[in-house]
Write a new protein. Structure first.
Length: 411
């Protein structure tokens, strides 16, 4: 009876730790891919840098398309021993005409839009890489669980053989085979633990965290849409891919630059006024109107040719990217379809027979009708099928993430 309070205390402590453990896990990312992606969006220095670059380009819009600052002058004339004969106080202002300021603003807006689209492309690419890395992390965790499960079964088998045969020299070879298999299973667990830590470190690097930062236990692979049409994804890529949108903005910027160079033949004008105060106290006014004579036609012609070439290059890059996007989407889509067919074959035609083979071999071994080598071989075959299926699912997640990257976001 004296032990009852201690048992209750231990039970309460166990219950408290069971309650606190899930709470600690919930506070860490990693259970779902969404939690990891959300953290990457907040912490990634790569994404933060692209956002700041886009903001810098946006701020430059305010400095574009404005008239130059006016010039204020103070002049002293007829200075001798009697003092200053005349004092001139004036101001001059140069004006950009012919729609040049509107073109400059349009170019700045287009450049800011291109920078914003580049930032969006950085985010989309980061999300795709995080999803692919999370799939590898989930697979590493699952592979570790499979290895530990196999190790547990082999250890139990080894213990059973030791109890069954003891130190008998007749059947000692069976025990040795089981001991070798148990050692291989233990080594595989150690290797899988290293793979899981490596995958976690790689995922942390993408997020922007310390490589040793912990993750919550994963709930498995993210669910994916099964009904996707190639034409639909291609159309989505043409309309939503941020890199393609950035090239469109670059074409607009180059078009504005070309139009601006065409106006270089039309000079800006300068308007000014001076207030002249003479020594006798008389005050007069002066007015100024001036403009630069565009004599350097060769330089202006060269600027026009350069702007035309830049515009052509921007249009060519946009067309090339659109064609490449169509091809990359088709490549990823066909690969994804092939992987899904292979997964279906493994799940329906390889995994069930492999599991049945293990169950049959275990029953036969327990009954003494199946040799140890057959049981171990069936265990290895099942594990190979499970790992191959796991690798296919990782590739499925990776190709789906590629399709989302090309399409410009979640499908």
């Amino acid at each position: 009876m004296r032990r009852l309070p201690l048992i209750l205390l231990l039970g309460a402590a166990a219950s408290l730790s069971a309650v606190n453990a899930p709470a600690a896990e919930r506070s860490q990312p990693g259970a779902t891919v969404e939690s990891v992606v959300s953290l990457a969006r907040r912490l990634s220095p790569e994404l933060r840098g692209s956002v700041l670059e886009a903001d810098a380009a946006l701020q430059r819009v305010g400095a574009a398309g404005v008239q130059p600052d006016p010039t204020v002058t103070l002049q002293a004339w007829d200075v001798d021993r009697k003092g200053v004969g005349q004092t001139w106080i004036g101001a001059e202002q140069t004006f950009k005409l012919w729609g040049k300021t509107d073109l400059e603003k349009g170019i700045a807006h287009a450049d800011a839009d291109a920078a914003r689209r580049q930032s969006e492309a950085t985010e989309v690419d980061l999300v795709a890489r995080v999803k692919a890395a999370y799939a590898q992390y989930s697979a590493a965790q699952r592979a570790l669980e499979l290895s530990k499960s196999l190790k547990q079964r082999v250890d139990q088998l080894l213990e059973l053989l030791r109890l069954r045969y003891g130190a008998s020299s007749v059947d000692q070879q069976e025990v040795i085979k089981a001991e070798l298999e148990a050692a291989n299973a233990a080594a595989d667990v150690a290797r899988r633990e290293g793979d899981a830590k490596s995958a976690a470190a790689r995922l942390n690097a993408l997020i922007g965290r310390d490589a040793r930062a912990p993750f919550a236990p994963t709930k498995g692979f993210a669910p994916l849409k099964t009904k996707l049409s190639l034409a639909g994804v291609q159309e989505l890529a043409r309309s939503s891919n941020p890199l393609l949108a950035a090239t469109h903005a670059q074409v607009r910027s180059a078009t504005g630059t070309k139009a601006l160079t065409d106006l270089n033949y039309y000079p800006d004008i300068t308007v000014g006024a001076n207030l002249v105060e003479r020594r006798n106290g008389e005050t007069n006014g002066m007015f100024l109107l001036g403009f630069k004579v565009p004599l350097q036609y060769e330089a202006k012609d060269a600027e026009q040719r350069a702007a035309s070439a830049s515009l052509g290059a921007a249009q060519a890059r946009s067309d090339a990217l659109r064609i490449r996007l169509d091809g990359e989407v088709a490549e990823a889509w066909y690969r994804l379809e092939a992987i899904r067919k292979a997964i279906k074959i493994f799940e329906q035609r390889q995994l069930p027979p492999a599991r049945l083979s293990v169950e049959t071999a275990r029953s036969g071994f327990d009954a003494g009708t199946t040799p140890l080598a057959t049981l171990l071989e069936s265990e290895r075959r099942l594990r190979a099928v499970e790992l191959e299926l796991l690798a296919l699912k990782v590739e499925e997640q990776s190709k789906y993430a590629d399709l989302e990257r090309l399409a410009g976001g979640a499908l």
